[in-house]
Structure formats: C-alpha cells, structure tokens
Ligand binder design. Structure first.
Ligand SMILES: *[C@@H]1O[C@H](CO)[C@@H](O)[C@H](O)[C@H]1NC(C)=O
Ligand SMILES: *[C@@H]1O[C@H](CO)[C@@H](O)[C@H](O)[C@H]1NC(C)=O
Ligand SMILES: *[C@@H]1O[C@H](CO)[C@@H](O)[C@H](O)[C@H]1NC(C)=O
Ligand SMILES: *[C@@H]1O[C@H](CO)[C@@H](O)[C@H](O)[C@H]1NC(C)=O
Ligand SMILES: *[C@@H]1O[C@H](CO)[C@@H](O)[C@H](O)[C@H]1NC(C)=O
Ligand SMILES: *[C@@H]1O[C@H](CO)[C@@H](O)[C@H](O)[C@H]1NC(C)=O
Ligand SMILES: *[C@@H]1O[C@H](CO)[C@@H](O)[C@H](O)[C@H]1NC(C)=O
Ligand SMILES: *[C@@H]1O[C@H](CO)[C@@H](O)[C@H](O)[C@H]1NC(C)=O
Ligand SMILES: *[C@@H]1O[C@H](CO)[C@@H](O)[C@H](O)[C@H]1NC(C)=O
Length: 795
C-alpha cells in the first residue's frame, strides 16, 4: 500500500513536470534560429528536423510534439559502462578491485548535469610496492644497516595487518659530481673519503640498486653490500633521486595494481631547482627518466642503473616533483634528521599524500613503526582526484564516507581537502560524481579523463563526448530551397550567405545593415515597436499587408471601401485610397460610389429635383406622401386623398350618429372609406366640419397604401356665445382711455396757449406807452378808515 502511494506521488510529480514543460517555452528556446544555437541554448530546448514543419523549430519537446513535428532532436546525456568489474579482495591469483566501475563513456549536453555513481571499498591483500631512496653519504652508514636489520620486522608487520603481497627495492643517492657540490680533483673524485682516510665509492647522483621484488634476503644482501660515499657540501641531491624513482617505473619495477610507497631516508637537506647554476648547470630538469645501466662497476648485470643526466640537468623544482609523484601515484614518506624536518615539511606540504617524519637516532625500531603507521594512514583514507580534467567540465563529487548520513560535496579539481578518513578494510563508500558541460569547447572530439583515488593505481576512466553540434548542420550544402543557392539548407532551415537574410535567404541587405535595421524599416512608431502595425509581415524591409490593408506600414485600412454583402470594392467604380473611395466613375457618388448620379432625380419636364415632391437620396428620389415615380412626378392618389375631401361623409355620419359607422348602407357616400375614430390628431392640422349646433368635428383623410382612411375625432368641440362683459369692458376701457387722452391733449394745448398769451402780455406791458393820467373810469377799490384810538407805533 505504501509502495502504491509512493508510485502515485511519482506519477503525479512527473505529470506536473510534463505539464510545466508543455505549458510554455519558459527557457526562451524560440529565439534560436539554428539547430546548434538551439540545443546549446538551454537543456530543455529541442529542435524539429522535420522538413515539412512550418512552426518555430526550436522549442520544448512537448510543444514540438503538439505541433506535429515528426523528427525531434533533443540530445540528452547518456552513460555507458564499458568496464564494471565487481569489487573484490586481492589474492595471489588476482589483483583486488577497490573501485567500480572502471570505465565508462559519457555523452554530455551543454548545461545538463549528469550524475554517475562510483563505489570504493578498501580491499584486503592490496599489493604494496615499497621503494627506499636512501642517502648513502658517509654519515648514513649506521642507518642504512639499521634498515637492513629491521626490514624483515617491517614486512612481517605489514603482512599481518594488510597484505601478503609486498615488494621492496631501493636506490641510493649522493649528489651531483660537480663543483661546488663535490670536490672534483681526480684523486678525490676516485675516493671522496680520502680526507677521512677511508675508502668510499666515487660520488654519483643516483643509483638504482635493487628492483622491486618479494625477495627480502636479496634486499638485505644488497643493502649490506652498499658502500657509502661522500660529497662536499651538507646538502644532498635527494630530489634528483626521488624524481628518477618516480618517472622510471620500468626500472624501479612499480607494479600496475599496487599501492606505491617511496620511503626517503636522509640526514641532510637537499638541493632544488636553481642550485644547479652554482655548478654551471643551466638546463632545467625535464622530469624524464634518464637511468642507464651502471656499467662503471660492472654491476649492470645485476640490474643496477645510474642517473646519467646528473651533470646535465638542474635539480627538479617542488612543483615538478609533486606532479611526477602524483602522475605516477606514488606516496612519498620522508624520514629525515630532526634538523631538516622543517625543510622537508615545506616540500611535502606541496605533495599530495606525502609526509615528513623525524628519524629517531636512538634505534631503528622507530623507523619500522613510522613506516608502518604511515602506511596505515594511507590505506584508511581516500580522496578522488581528477586527471586530464577538461576546463569546460564542472565536476563535483558527493560522498557519504565520513558519516553515513552526511553527504559532503567537493568540487574537482579545486577542493583538494581530505575526503574520507578512517576507512576500515572492507568498508564500502559511494561517490556520486556530477558532471556538467558548462561551455561547448571550440574543438570537438572525445576527451579522456580519469577519476583517481589518490595514491592508488585504480581509476575510473571516462571517455566523454559532447553533443554540441547538430549532425544535420554538418552536411550543409548550398540549396535551391534557400533562394537559388543563396544559403545552405541545414536541419530544416536556411543559413544565408553574407548579405542575404530571411527565412529562405530571400532578402538581401547592404553591408552593415543588420537584420534589425532592415526590420526597423517596417516599424512606423519606434515606441510601440509594432512591425507593420501588426497588420502585416516585414519581408526584406518591406511590409506585406494583410488583405485590405495597405500603406508603407499597412497603416491604411481599406475595409470601409468594401460592401460587406457583395464584397465589391467601391462598387467597382472607383479607387480606394486609405479607406476612402475616390474618383467614382460616371458621376456616381457616396462612400462606396454606390449612388447613381443625382441627375437621375431631376424631372426633365419642370427641371425640379424630384419634381419638388421629395428629396434626392443616393441618386434616387424619396417622395413625399402619395407621390410616386422615379422623380415623384406621379400622384395617382392626389385626387382621392385631397386634404379635406369627403365632407359629405362626415356630415352624413354626424347626422346618422355613430351607429352608422359600420354600415356603409347608412351613408353611401362613405362607401369607399375606412372610417376610424381617433382621440385627437397630434402632429397634423385636421380639417373641421361645423354642424348646426356650431360644434366642430375634426377629421383627416389619409391615404395609406391603397386604402383611404377617414379618421374622425371621437368628440366634438362646441363653441359658446360670447360673454357681453367681455365685449363691454374693453369698450368702456377704450372710451375712457380715449377721453382721458383727449383731456390730456386739451390740457397741454391750453397750457401752451396760456404761456404764449402771457408772454405777449408781458411784452405789451413792457413796450406800452402808458399815460400817467388816471383812468377816469378807474376807481380805487381801496378805502381807508382811521381808528381814532389807534396810535400805531409812532410812539
Ligand atoms: C536519452 O535518449 C535516448 C535515446 O535517444 C532515450 O532512449 C532515453 O530515454 C533518453 N533519456 C532521457 C533521460 O531522456
Ligand atoms: C632470493 O635471493 C637470494 C640471493 O640473492 C637467492 O639465493 C634466493 O634463491 C632468492 N629467493 C627467491 C625465492 O627467489
Ligand atoms: C664496496 O667496496 C668493496 C671494496 O672496496 C667492493 O668490493 C664492493 O663491490 C663495493 N660494493 C658495491 C656495491 O659497490
Ligand atoms: C554509503 O552509502 C552506501 C550506499 O548507500 C552504503 O552501503 C555505505 O555503507 C555508506 N557508507 C558509509 C560510510 O556509511
Ligand atoms: C547524485 O547527485 C545528484 C546531484 O547532487 C543527485 O541529483 C542524485 O540524486 C545523486 N544520486 C544518488 C544516487 O544519490
Ligand atoms: C541569389 O538570389 C538571387 C535572386 O534570387 C539570384 O539572382 C542569384 O543568382 C542568387 N545567387 C546565387 C549565388 O545563386
Ligand atoms: C452592398 O451590396 C448589396 C448587394 O449588391 C446591395 O444591395 C447594397 O445596397 C450594397 N450596399 C451599399 C452600402 O452599397
Ligand atoms: C360596429 O363594428 C364593431 C366591430 O367591428 C362592432 O363591435 C359594433 O357592434 C358594430 N356596430 C354596429 C352598430 O353595427
Ligand atoms: C388614420 O387611421 C389609420 C388607421 O388607424 C392610420 O393608419 C392613419 O395613420 C391615421 N391617419 C392619421 C393622419 O391619423
């Protein structure tokens, strides 16, 4: 049940993913024109190689399928294990296998991460190759014999803890036999120990004494027979020796499937790159094997080799040495005198999997213990390193080796930290290696890289190929499909020659004109960026408009020129200019040139438009009521439909009453009429019939089609005799008004007359020549009588 539920979730999840995929081209695949650009644009992009396909060829897989593409190119990552032997412990019959798989082939697509699993297990009976590089200077004599004494203990210890399969060998070094490192007078050269008054071997750079093998007795014998030698300065040529031991695997006898350990023992410091100049050696070390059979002392027969370029090449640099050791998977262990530990630690800090330890002066038991500890440490840790990693690959390694529940991720090759420590024999860990192609390299072709557990011979070999190119683009040839061989036809699209562009290379452009410039010619408004106003397509810098649109940018809409029903443009009589019909032929007019000339409306006889009884609309007369004919010249109803006709009928109906309305027999004069009673007439002026009682009936004669209607109002309007007061009052008002007016005029006139008279009187008074005689007829009207008692105010 739980399983079912999980499955359900997986199904749902994949379903959702598919939906997301189908929904849209979120990655923006569509902007890619060519197959190569498409597949390298985003890992989700796919290319349609179907020749008949017409939609955008670069899109997400699902979209192409939905659009019906029959041939989709979507390179994906593939992995093929070419060698995948099971992990196993070693035995005398076969080598152990600690790492699986051993080889695989990858095909990677840009941007798509690929994860592969590697399993590692520390095997029992892993072969050990242990090569001693020993300082054979005079002071080392006791230490060398200590190694000879203790080697058996060491081997016994290793056998007990790790493996039965151990091979040992050794070589010795002094220094370059050149001044100032060595005194080069012939006698001292022959016996450098002349000063000490003993014999020692002539100085040499490096001699390989004992090839790696399992015969401990032989090792001890050879080591014991080793004579010491001497040089002049305190530093030795140890790095030359380590270099040769590393780069001469055939001579040293390093096995292919072993853990290689180089044990370096010295009580002095070392010379390094640049020191050679003191001795006049200019050539830098070349990190190549220069060991030749040691013929000088006839010991070549027993497999002795000597470094031949000691006097020719400079000492190696730290970096060179580190690389040589790493490339040959050699783990170097430096056992040195206390005084030089720091010097050697400087060196080993730069060399992967190497270590410096102080050499005990007290006893050789320490040497054995230290070598054994070093080996244990080596076998308990593992770290994946890369060889030949192409720069375009991003590689991370995730492993659960430190704690089972924690997964740590490291980036190769930059993270050179420790990955796994404390691995016990038999313990299994996985490495999840994620490889991503970040950028397609210029050169195509396969790459061979290795993932190596550092310090081990085993590795995973990966042959990686990139699907950066579309096969179909490789066979491109000039093709007729691309406008007369103006381009190559690749993967369903044309790739144009310089100066040509367009889907089929049908367009040409001037030098320097980009496709954008050409497209700009189809855009009217830079702000809206609408190509051909969205009403057409831009072809070679020219707008090709949709039907019924025209203009440089398809800005003219010619639809208004078209009659929707007939589909004719300007009624086939005129030209459409940007949505307007122009130059209509034969005097036609109107928006679509649909109207015949107005001349058609003119009555030839009287010269009036529509005979004065109508309006000319779109070349045809629209006649007033009852008028007919193309020029409204006909009026068959004019007589019958006179405005106030049929008065007799109204009179008859009035006399016979409303009961007669239905019966035509009652009023034969009404026979041809349809009589309608209406409430009142609103917009026309009716006719009136006044009966004996002075009441008025309103009616209208109306010709509708072939019927003559007599519409009569339901009620009558009876006018009353006039009110006497209404007549008298204005009369009285008028008489009074006129009287008052006359009075006023009379008054004004007399007033002026009086003034004139008075003025004349005045004038006469002024100018009169009166005699001072009294008028004889004048009698003074005043008589005075004196009151005798009155005294007045005379006082
Ligand atoms: C990768 O391609 C192969 C063949 O083209 C196909 O069988 C396989 O399912 C694809 N894998 C993925 C993860 O799409
Ligand atoms: C080991 O070497 C010694 C002397 O060098 C020889 O006598 C002996 O046979 C060898 N042993 C083996 C097993 O080869
Ligand atoms: C060491 O010196 C002795 C005598 O001087 C010589 O017989 C022997 O061969 C030398 N050993 C080596 C390994 O050269
Ligand atoms: C790492 O994972 C593998 C597989 O899941 C498991 O077999 C192994 O025990 C784990 N290793 C450690 C150190 O936990
Ligand atoms: C390996 O790592 C990748 C990326 O981190 C992850 O997607 C994948 O599931 C891992 N594979 C296993 C088996 O853990
Ligand atoms: C390119 O096309 C033009 C016009 O289609 C044609 O005249 C010309 O010959 C073509 N060029 C080539 C090299 O075919
Ligand atoms: C459009 O064409 C139809 C059929 O020919 C015609 O009846 C109609 O009058 C025309 N309309 C205009 C506006 O010309
Ligand atoms: C007149 O005709 C109407 C319906 O047509 C009818 O209802 C009415 O009775 C008739 N009147 C007379 C007097 O025949
Ligand atoms: C007269 O009556 C007829 C019928 O009801 C109607 O169609 C017509 O418009 C009327 N005429 C007027 C002027 O009211």
């Amino acid at each position: 049940m739980i399983m079912d539920f999980k499955e359900l979730i997986v199904v749902l999840a994949t379903g959702l993913l598919c939906l997301a995929d189908a929904q849209s081209d979120e990655a923006g695949c569509n902007q890619n024109r060519y197959c190569n650009d498409c597949i390298n644009f985003h890992p989700d992009c796919a290319w349609c190689n179907d020749k008949e396909f017409t939609k955008a060829r670069c899109s997400v897989n699902r979209a192409l399928k939905d659009d019906g593409c029959r041939e989709i190119k979507k390179p994906n990552n593939t992995e093929l294990k070419t060698k995948s032997d099971d992990l196993k412990d070693g035995s005398f019959a076969h080598d152990p296998i600690q790492l699986t798989p051993q080889a695989l082939k990858l095909t990677l697509r840009k941007g798509k991460a690929h994860s592969l699993m590697m399993t590692y297990r520390v095997a029992r009976n892993l072969p050990i190759d242990m090569y001693f590089v020993m300082d054979a200077s005079y002071t080392m004599a006791t230490k060398i014999s200590d190694v000879a004494d203790r080697i058996e203990d060491l081997i016994a210890g290793l056998r007990k803890s790790f493996t039965q399969n151990i091979e040992i060998g050794f070589g010795v070094f002094i220094d370059k036999p050149v001044q100032p490192f060595t005194i080069t007078t012939p006698r001292v050269l022959e016996n450098p120990c002349l000063i000490q008054n003993t014999y020692c071997e002539p100085t040499y750079g490096f001699i390989h004494r004992q090839r790696l093998n399992k015969n401990t007795t032989e090792f001890i014998d050879t080591i014991r027979s080793t004579n010491t030698s001497s040089n002049f300065d305190t530093m030795e040529g140890g790095l030359d020796a380590v270099m040769q031991a590393a780069v001469c695997p055939e001579i040293v006898g390093w096995r292919a499937k072993s853990r290689r350990v180089l044990v370096y023992i010295s009580d002095a410091g070392f010379h390094f790159a640049g020191d050679g100049k003191l001795g006049g050696i200019d050539l830098p070390n070349d990190a190549k094997c220069h060991m030749v059979p040691n013929v000088r002392t006839q010991r070549a027969i027993i497999g002795e080799y000597i470094y031949s370029h000691s006097k020719i090449l400079d000492y190696p640099s730290y970096g060179m040495l580190a690389k040589a050791l790493k490339d040959n998977n050699i783990n170097a262990f430096f056992l040195v005198d206390e005084a030089y530990v720091h010097l050697y630690q400087g060196l080993t800090s730069m060399i992967d999997q190497s270590k410096t330890m102080r050499m005990d002066t007290t006893g050789s038991q320490g040497v054995v213990q230290k070598i054994s500890d070093y080996y244990r440490e080596l076998s308990e840790k593992v770290k994946i390193t890369g060889v030949n990693l192409p720069p375009e690959l991003h590689i991370t390694v995730a492993t659960n080796c430190s704690v089972s529940t924690i997964i740590n991720t490291y980036r190769l090759p930059t993270d050179i930290k420790e990955m796994c420590t404390n691995l016990d024999v038999g313990k299994e860990v996985f490495f999840n290696v994620t490889v991503t192609l970040e950028e397609c390299p210029k050169e195509s072709g396969k790459r061979l890289l290795k993932l190596v557990p550092s310090g081990l011979q085993e590795h995973l070999e990966i042959e990686v190929d990139y699907s950066c190119d579309c096969e179909c683009e490789k066979s491109a040839e000039l093709d007729d499909r691309c406008s007369n061989k103006n381009g190559t036809y690749e993967c369903g699209v044309c790739r144009c020659k310089p100066g040509r562009y367009g889907e089929f290379c049908q367009c040409s452009r001037a030098e320097g004109d980009t496709e954008e410039v050409m497209e700009g010619k189809c855009i009217r408004d830079i702000r809206t960026k609408k190509i051909c106003e969205d009403l057409g397509t831009c072809e070679c810098g020219v707008c090709k408009c949709q039907p019924n649109y025209e203009g440089t940018y398809c800005e003219c809409n010619n639809n208004p020129c078209i009659n929707r029903t007939s589909g004719e443009k300007c009624s086939n009589r005129g030209t459409c200019v940007c949505g307007q019909c122009r130059d209509c032929k034969d005097d036609y007019y109107g928006k679509l040139c649909q109207c015949p000339p107005e001349q058609n409306c003119r009555n030839e006889e009287n010269g009036l438009m529509c005979s004065g009884h109508g309006k000319c609309e779109c070349g045809a007369c629209v006649c007033e009521r009852i008028y007919e004919g193309p020029t409204c010249s006909l009026c068959p109803k004019c007589d019958r439909c006179r405005k106030c006709g049929y008065r007799e009928c109204v009179e008859c109906l009035d006399q016979k009453g409303t009961s007669a309305l239905n019966s035509s027999t009652a009023c034969p004069v009404c026979q041809a009429l349809k009589i309608q009673k209406v409430d009142r007439f609103s917009d026309i002026e009716p006719c009136g019939y006044i009966d004996a009682e002075k009441c008025e009936t309103h009616y209208v004669v109306d010709c509708v089609n072939n019927d003559i209607y007599l519409n009569i109002t339901k009620g009558k309007i009876c006018s009353l005799p006039p009110d006497p007061l209404l007549i008298a009052l204005p009369l009285i008002g008028g008489i009074l008004g006129v009287g008052l007016l006359l009075l006023l005029i009379w008054k004004i006139l007399t007033f002026f007359y009086d003034r004139i008279e008075y003025a004349r009187l005045e004038h006469e008074i002024q100018n009169a020549k009166w005699s001072n005689t009294e008028n004889p007829i004048y009698l003074n009207p005043v008589t005075s009588n004196e009151n005798p008692s009155y005294r007045g105010n005379k006082n």
